[in-house]
Write a new protein. Structure first.
Length: 140
């Protein structure tokens, strides 16, 4: 559990984020940040982007990690979500060369969306589930 927030089923968390956006309590993009490609609670994601800082763990995608296939974006997110020190991730799809031949899922201590760099095919996601805020993670 991160910051005292209980995890809800996917459909319930999506409904919460959508409701927050409708009533205006969702703060939206941070100044200087590109608009996200999509928001699927608890993640806000940017296609064709990389955040090359604050990596806490590199996942070898040629093996399963605790029984989870990290070679899919959903698998990489499933690894990050329960991890108390993971507030975002960068993921490389199978059709792109993996980093050092094996790594495709990079768990992040934080993601500063105004420091994203362009990387074709890669996806960077920020965990927004702790309070719905799209600002920097609590571990600034």
């Amino acid at each position: 559990m991160k910051s005292g927030v209980a995890f809800l089923p996917f459909w319930a968390t999506l409904a919460v984020v959508e409701a927050m956006m409708l009533v205006g309590s969702f703060s939206g993009p941070v100044e200087g940040c590109p608009p996200p490609s999509w928001v699927r609670s608890p993640y806000m994601c940017w296609k064709n982007s990389d955040y090359n800082e604050d990596t806490s763990l590199k996942i070898n995608c040629r093996k399963k990690f605790n029984g989870i296939d990290a070679s899919t974006l959903e698998g990489c997110q499933r690894i990050c979500t329960p991890c108390p020190h993971c507030f975002g991730l960068t993921w490389i799809p199978k059709n792109r060369p993996y980093k050092d031949g094996n790594y495709c899922c990079f768990l992040k201590r934080k993601v500063l969306c105004n420091k994203l760099t362009r990387r074709t095919g890669w996806v960077t996601c920020k965990w927004i589930g702790y309070d719905g805020d799209s600002a920097d993670s609590p571990e600034n």
